[in-house]
Design a protein around this ligand. Structure first.
Ligand SMILES: [Zn+2]
Length: 147
């Protein structure tokens, strides 16, 4: 979107009359948009420089929020987990650019959807994933038997 600026003289201290900018539509939002969605500090600075009145009150810019978001909004899951171990999320990450103190470059994390209990294992290589899965499954079976 283009914003039309009135013709201004270039000088260190602008000499623009208040009546040029100080009308009802000169709100903070308008100046924020005119300045290419600049930060509040910059908008206040420019408005003060040109003696424009306007307050940041109830200011919200949806364009800035969308532009600064790193992922699309998604709704939360409606699934309700009622007991532990109904669902376990697994994440494998690596290789890390820096090894841990024991030389591990990968990790695998298991997260229980119900309790949010997390098991984290450090791995030297991805080939250890199956062993970790097997060991965790054995440990969980023993725990379930003992409950
Ligand atoms: Zn904005």
């Amino acid at each position: 979107m283009l914003y039309v600026f009135p013709t201004m003289q270039c000088s260190l201290k602008p000499s623009v009359s208040n009546t040029t900018f100080n009308h009802a539509s000169s709100t903070f939002q308008l100046w924020h948009s005119r300045l290419g969605h600049a930060s509040s500090r910059i908008v206040h600075y420019v408005m003060k420089l040109y003696n424009v009145t306007g307050h940041k009150r109830d200011f919200f810019c949806q364009t800035c929020v969308i532009a600064k978001s790193h992922q699309l909004y998604f709704t939360g899951s409606l699934t309700v987990y009622t007991t532990p171990l109904q669902l376990i999320f697994i994440e494998i990450w690596g290789p890390s650019p820096v090894s841990s103190s024991n030389g591990s470059k990968y990790y695998i994390a298991f997260l229980d959807a119900f309790s949010r209990y997390t098991w984290l294992y450090l791995l030297h290589s991805k080939s250890q994933v199956m062993n970790v899965l097997f060991n965790l499954s054995c440990m969980l079976k023993l725990k379930l038997i003992t409950f």
